[in-house]
Design a protein around this ligand. Sequence first.
Ligand SMILES: *Cc1c(COP(=O)(O)O)cnc(C)c1O
Length: 376
Amino acid sequence: MEWKIPLSDIDFGPEESALVQDVLNSRWLTMGGVTQKFETEFAEYVGAKHAIAVTNGTAALHLACLVVGLGPGDEAIVPSLTFVATANAVRYVGATPVFADITSQNDLNISPDSIERLISQRTQAIIVVHYGGYPCEMEQILTLARNNNLMVIEDAAHAVGAELRGRGLGTWGNVGCFSFFSNKNLTTGEGGMVVTNRDDIAEQLRLLRSHGMTSLTWDRHRGHAWSYDVVALGYNYRLDEIRSAIGCAQLAKVEKNNERRRCLTQLYRDALQELVPKVGLPFHNHVGKTSAHLMPILLPADAKRETFMGRMKEHGIQTSIHYPPIHTFTAYQNGNPVELPVTEDVANREVTLPLYPTLAEQDIVVVVEAVRQSIS
Ligand SMILES: *Cc1c(COP(=O)(O)O)cnc(C)c1O
């Protein structure tokens, strides 16, 4: 299907092609100077001491769960209104995800009150997700973590370049995880990054990313090592130089593109205002600097979402849902039904409108007119 206005689009130009060509010409294809450059520049951009490039955001979350010490018998409190990878990562290490509700129809992030009610003797970690690039209430969540001796992982897959009180999202907790999947604000096709301010955690992450080996092919190539030991059960979660080159080119424009996304979001909000309160506009009074990854709206409680999305499709406009909640998936039924009233209400009514830096201002007028016609 050829959409008149797709849900998302990437901003690739000659910069990406040129840097990829340089890598191909260099004949060094994985974990070398370009990946190191991408890591250094990314760490500096988000304000983290360390950044470790990995294969994808899910691998980032898996490593994060390992390095915060999650394991069998432990629980991690996670939102249900997120991509399934957030909770899957907890299960990869044998721990149990415990689902918390979101704050409200306006704040779709994990609720600190809900977290507090779910803390048990077995709780080892909290994983927060900055939905759409809008900051979670990190101060309250870090206080809860401190008082209960819990580790905090940030799933910052939507939040590259977003900030709360001037501090980059992904750098508030013990470990931050980013995704560079095709529809994210910064993309390398597949790719991800783990950030941390702790030297010991960074060292663990680097080991686990590459088979638990104490030296890399790259070190041996440069004559820095000739053998290696294996000191942990590691994985091959390395990022290649080709993707890192794309990452460097994308990083150079993410700030400008995020600004454009914020600008387009404001245009959406202004144009949709006439439909409020029939249509809900979450995060209308959010704090901090968002990366504006998504443009979610809430349909009226009695609206038929499928019909609405079908009508939008007739207008040539692609819409989506973020997200079918994880606790309702077949693979997450374990005989203990969970009730998350706010998550369930929002998940039934949410529709995501097109948002990407190359979206034209005129397109927003077209989308909002289609929303107005499709909603009645
Ligand atoms: C995209 C995404 C992931 C997974 O990232 P991949 O790079 O696709 O593995 C995890 N969590 C959230 C919230 C995401 O949006």
